[in-house]
Design a protein around this ligand. Structure first.
Ligand code: UD1
Ligand code: UDP
Length: 356
């Protein structure tokens, strides 16, 4: 029996870990201990995903959140180390690119516990992003690198990973598994939504930390909203910034709603006319649910979406966003091409976790 510790803490990690955790529960040769770092803590940013996606209640909740990068990562590191010393797992599994990811990987590696990184090899080549720093460092100290795409594999080889003692596996993307599993189980989030709408999410530091960018994004949403209302589940980080900068919107044009659960998000994705986002996950989900996506960033790690014209990058400038919307609103690509492994990533990952 192999014992693994899964480290998760932020919203996208719950969604990514759900499919792998379900797969683990189908096996009798592997046992999972779940550690929630506490990075996300509001009920609609955390608990809802455990309930909706049948993720077992975490064995530990470390309660670390709302701190600067150093303090957050440092406190997580210390508390994860304590758990690992007690549990003595065979392997630690980390997901994505948040502070919880690097803290989990580093705590394990220093204790000589093998690290598996799910969603390895992604690169934006923008070292100002906290996520880029987290993913590069996590990849370098991981023993198994589960890459969602061939491009992610190529990125690792370009960094010389063939010279390191790590195993690279092209696993496919666990978010495709989640989308396939929950596609027919969606739930309408609230009544009185506009019939046609553009679905938006904004929360990345590269937008919310720059007043001129976040103001430009909301100004563009208001103008677009005159033609196609924008529905926007609001991340707490963005809510705080809007309050600080006194940004307000006309609710007939920009419908701000609370963060929603995954089943509600699947509903919103299924019924939207288009997606605009700076989220990593939502860019792919737009494609999973046949929506064109405008990515409000300077670059993306999910380059295959751009190559297949399912997604365009747009700077956070008002006129650029409006222009991108006008250019894209009638585009109806053929989404039938398979880019993310077809929904077999979790089985692939768990096979490789037990075969080592
Ligand atoms: C984090 C990740 C980011 C990921 C995002 C997913 C890092 C460096 N960033 O960003 O890569 O895209 O999660 O959503 O790890 N807050 C609440 N309630 C919550 C969660 C957060 O109020 O449930 C507040 C925090 O108090 C803080 C702010 O939101 O003030 C930002 O939270 P934090 O976890 O630091 O980063 P995210 O922006 O969520
Ligand atoms: N998501 C959700 N409810 C929301 C906003 C996002 O369930 O209100 C889901 C979304 O569908 C995707 C994941 O959260 O699966 C993406 O997380 P987020 O955008 O917070 O982080 P990122 O992917 O940018 O790291």
């Amino acid at each position: 029996m192999s014992k693994i510790v899964t480290i998760i803490g932020a919203r996208p990690q719950f969604i990514k870990a759900a499919a792998v955790s379900r797969e683990i529960r189908n096996r009798d040769d592997i046992r999972e201990i779940i550690v929630h770092t506490g990075q996300h803590f509001d009920a609609n940013m955390s608990e809802v995903f455990f309930e909706q996606m049948d993720i077992p209640k975490p064995n530990y909740n470390l309660g670390v959140n709302s701190l600067s990068h150093g303090a957050m990562t440092g406190q997580m590191l210390e508390k994860i180390e304590e758990v690992l010393l007690k549990e003595q797992p065979d392997r630690v599994v980390v997901y994505g690119d948040t502070n919880s990811t690097i803290a989990g990987a580093l705590a394990a590696k220093k204790l000589h516990i093998k690290v598996a990184h799910v969603e390895a090899g992604l690169r934006s080549f923008n070292m100002k992003m906290p996520e880029e720093v987290n993913r590069i460092l996590t990849d370098r100290i991981s023993d198994i690198l589960f890459c969602p795409t061939q491009k992610a594999v190529d990125n690792l080889y370009a960094e010389g990973f063939e010279n390191f003692n790590s195993k690279i596996v092209l696993s496919g993307d666990v978010m495709q598994d989640a989308a396939n599993f929950y596609r027919d189980k969606s739930v309408k989030p609230i009544d009185n939504l506009p019939e046609n709408y553009l679905l938006a999410t904004i929360h990345r530091a590269e937008n919310t930390d720059y007043p001129e960018k976040i103001k430009a994004i909301f100004a563009a949403f208001e103008e677009i909203g005159e033609e196609l209302p924008v529905v926007l589940p609001l991340h707490p980080r963005t809510r705080k910034v809007m309050e600080k900068l006194s940004i307000s919107v006309d609710s007939r044009k920009v419908v701000l709603i609370e963060p929603v659960g995954y089943l509600e998000m699947v509903w919103l994705l299924t019924h939207a006319s288009m997606v605009m986002t700076d989220s990593g996950g939502l860019q792919k989900e737009a494609y999973f649910f046949d929506n064109f996506c405008i990515t409000l960033r300077d670059e993306t790690e999910w380059v295959e979406l751009i190559e297949h014209s399912f997604n365009v990058i747009c700077k956070a400038e008002k006129q650029a966003i409006i222009k991108a919307y006008q250019k894209s609103k009638n585009i109806k690509p053929d989404f039938s091409v398979e880019l993310y492994g077809g929904g077999k990533a979790s089985a692939n990952i768990v096979d490789n976790l037990t075969n080592q």
